[in-house]
Write a protein that binds this ligand. Structure first.
Ligand code: PDD
Length: 290
């Protein structure tokens, strides 16, 4: 029998499958909440400060008043009690429970806070990391505030499902002008003549934590960065394409809509950044526990 996942629901540790939430929770009714996903390597939370800062920013923009330092303490405690060594942590904060009305309920309900820890068996993208992932393109039909990490993910789910049905690992979301914005749950980078291109930050993309790390690693490695969206018409001209994300790490893409990128194999710049990413994980594991 598999071990039940450990959750922390509003400060109470319990098995995840025993957590119960009211149907009047505004996350359930409206998708009114924010979330984070963190990677756990060697029992430690990777890029914890960056994720906590983004959670603060998302909740501020959503005007949900939650005690994020307390959530961070509970996250650390729940991880320690879970015994998980390799895995992911999920955090979600909704505006809480109140009679259904669109405007914020008078008197502000208590936010509902969920944390759970899930082990990962091996590398979920192990094969694709070696051979390269296949992706498809699909129109970006999301709302105008994708910089907020909100639990409203219906357009992302539909895009990811379309990708899965086509035998692809990810869907690239394309704006009306042909600009590739980001993936359904990843950030997107192109490589051309040794330089990397990525979509500039703005309301239309999530400021990916892994994206930020990769940009710092590129600067350290002397790889030039162009903050510019890649257009679908440019896909035939670029040398490499890769995705970044908390669970996908640095993932090479070798085909888009069935057409090869570059020579159809993971390229050297992507490989170098993937190796540097691993080195940062190793440095964290070798350093003092935070
Ligand atoms: N998704 N873009 C979108 C739309 C995302 O949902 C994510 C992450 C990313 C990558 O961000 P980061 O490097 O901070 O993980 C980009 C998470 C993993 C998820 O929803 O499961």
């Amino acid at each position: 029998m598999t071990q039940p996942l450990l959750a922390n629901w509003n400060g109470v540790e319990q098995p995840l499958d025993e957590v119960r939430v009211s149907v009047l929770d505004r996350g359930f009714l409206f998708g009114d909440g924010g979330y984070e996903v963190l990677r756990i390597y060697g029992g430690r939370l990777f890029l914890l400060d960056e994720h906590m800062q983004r959670l603060v920013r998302s909740l501020d923009k959503l005007r949900i008043a939650a005690d994020v330092p307390r959530i961070e303490r509970r996250l650390r405690e729940t991880l320690a009690h879970s015994g998980v060594v390799e895995g992911m942590a999920y955090l979600q904060v909704t505006r809480g429970e109140a009679p259904r009305m669109h405007r914020f309920p008078p008197g502000n309900p208590h936010p509902n806070e969920l944390i759970y820890i899930a082990p990962l068996a091996g590398d979920p993208y192990g094969d694709a990391r070696e051979t390269g992932a296949a992706v498809l393109t699909t129109p970006d039909v999301r709302w105008g505030r994708c910089d907020i990490k909100s639990i409203n993910l219906l357009a992302n789910c539909l895009a990811a499902q379309a990708a899965a049905e086509a035998g692809c690992q990810e869907a690239l979301l394309v704006a009306e002008d042909g600009a590739i914005v980001e993936g359904s749950h990843t950030s997107v980078f192109g490589v051309k003549d040794g330089a990397i291109w990525t979509t500039p930050l703005g309301p239309h993309i999530l400021p990916g934590i892994t994206r930020g790390l990769v940009l710092r690693l590129a600067a350290r490695a002397g790889i030039s960065v162009v903050e510019k969206s890649l257009h679908t018409r440019e896909l035939g001209e670029i040398d490499e394409l890769f995705l970044t994300g908390t669970t996908s790490e640095v993932l090479p893409v070798t085909t888009v809509d069935g057409r090869p990128i570059g020579n159809g194999r993971p390229g050297p710049v992507t490989r170098r950044l993937a190796e540097t990413y691993r080195q940062v994980v190793d440095e964290m594991l070798a350093g003092p526990a935070s």
